[in-house]
Design a protein around this ligand. Structure first.
Ligand code: KIV
Length: 259
């Protein structure tokens, strides 16, 4: 499917609550995301934290994001692949356009930018680059990790930002860490899909960081995430079994040797 067809498909899912999105950062995970039939794959800047081991996503570089986007793009053609623009790579429209094009060359089919960066979103969408917005808790600029839009003033501000992103041409937006009733209000107040992460049950879709979903990251598990697997436990068990087998002479076995 062409990128514009994938975007149209996602937009057509508005109102159904069915858009399934996830982050991924490498070839095998991207393959599995495609095989599982998810709609959107975000090469998130969470890469910096959950894969590269930085303290926060601000340390991730454009080169690192492109390297992982290439790996993901080799793995699947099924979901819409969106590259997450790292901090300070879209300060001005021209800078955003240059870096977004690098993402497209690396195999992304769209880009995500954080915050109500309307000029930047207009510039990107004006050049036909599918752009995913991201409001609510925006890790690149947030001072404190907490639920956003709890009081009337900030809820109004977020609704305004969502409408601004829609007008600027974003095809959808991530809504992160807002109360469920605000997630619903924003979703009902705009005509493009909202993809929630910690935004309750009434957004047009959900996105999770794959490492939270698979139980691969142990520093913290956010309240909004559901862990479908304890992959850390599984992998550790396999590695320990392997070590025991080597130490006890059970590996390699008869079936593993050449004659
Ligand atoms: O970088 C990321 O993983 C994200 C998701 C939390 C939406 O932006």
């Amino acid at each position: 499917m062409k990128p514009e067809e994938k975007v149209a498909r996602i937009k057509a899912l508005k109102g159904m609550g069915h858009i399934a999105a996830v982050t991924a950062y490498d070839y095998p995970t991207a393959q599995l995301v495609g095989e599982a039939g998810l709609d959107l794959l975000l090469v998130g800047d969470s890469l910096g934290v959950v894969v590269l081991g930085y303290e926060n996503p601000l340390s991730v570089t454009m080169d690192e994001m492109l390297h992982h986007t290439r790996a993901v793009a080799r793995g699947t053609k099924v979901p819409l692949i969106v590259g997450d623009m790292p901090v300070n790579t879209y300060r001005r429209p021209e800078e955003a356009l240059g870096n977004a094009r690098l993402f497209l060359e690396a195999g992304a089919e769209g880009v995500k930018v954080e915050g109500p960066r309307l000029e930047v979103v207009e510039a990107l969408t004006g050049e036909g680059i599918p752009t995913l917005g991201h409001i609510g808790l925006t890790p690149q600029t947030i001072q404190e990790y907490k639920v956003q839009g709890r009081d009337a003033g900030s809820a109004e501000r977020l609704l305004g930002e969502a409408k601004g992103l829609e007008k600027a041409g974003a095809f959808a937006m991530v809504l992160e860490c807002v109360p469920e009733d605000l997630g619903k209000r924003i979703t009902e107040g705009i005509s493009i899909p909202t993809i929630g992460i910690g935004a309750g049950r009434y957004t047009d879709g959900q996105i999770l960081v794959v490492s939270d979903l698979l139980g691969l990251f142990d520093r913290y598990v956010p309240k909004f995430a559901r862990q479908y697997l304890n992959l850390r436990g599984e992998i550790r068990r396999a590695l320990e079994d392997y070590r025991h087998d080597v130490e006890s002479g059970r590996f390699p076995g008869e079936e593993n040797v050449y004659r």
